[in-house]
Design a protein around this ligand. Sequence first.
Ligand code: FE2
Length: 281
Amino acid sequence: MTTTATRNRPVTRRLRGMATSDGAGVSLTRVIGTQQLSYLDPFLMLDEFGSDKPGDYIAGFPSHPHRGFETVTYMLDGRMRHKDNHGNEGLMTAGSVQWMTAGRGIVHSEMPEQEEGLMRGFQLWVNLPAKDKMGQPRYQEFSADRIPEVSPSKGVAVKVIAGHVGDVAGPVQQPATDPLYLDIAIEAGASFGQAIASGHNAFAYVYEGEVSVGADSVGKGELIVLGDGDAVTVSGTSAKSRLILVAGKPIGEPVARYGPFVMNTQAEIMQAVQDFQSGRF
Ligand code: FE2
């Protein structure tokens, strides 16, 4: 029999996102993918959007391409219609996840399907290794009722989008980066411990309330990067806190990125631009 001591991961960085706009003028907060934190392998970008002012979101994200990575949209509130150039179309509703593997190319639009009310969620970009960058595009889409929710301890509720909490598995499969993606709600005084594979990069982003991780207090709008170890423990320090906890296996390859194209070399980026312009996506 072997026993392995748990090594809690320390907080190695903390930062706040930057207000920006993207698409046709959607206001959002970019948390990963800025000069502060340009890449946390395999995570290329994290955007938080959240507003009840239609002017902040109504313009949406009209037709645009992607190649070489995955876009992961997690809707907390509101509705967004997705449509691509391969004939796929769907409505993302509150609590749903769309894990889109762009592979060799998708041209799509993501447009709000509401003219008022709260629109809130995240878009995470996850890189692909060279061997998968030119693969077939595919979708893993799950409505809220297909995402398991577990309560591992009193005052803690966890939606398991990808990876495992105990023996409960999230529905998303991606062996290339073996992702963990949890949405955690935690009450004051409650604690949640989660295993995170050693060697995987990991971060947490608090979007409501305040929590503590070890000796560090982490408030709304703060992202923490976790150092090496095999677990993390989060405790609630405000009435109700919510955060996402995300981890993945680093790819360790060179990254060439140009807007919505993420490849390994500059030549592959130029090829992507050419292929897109000549309608080969
Ligand atoms: Fe997109």
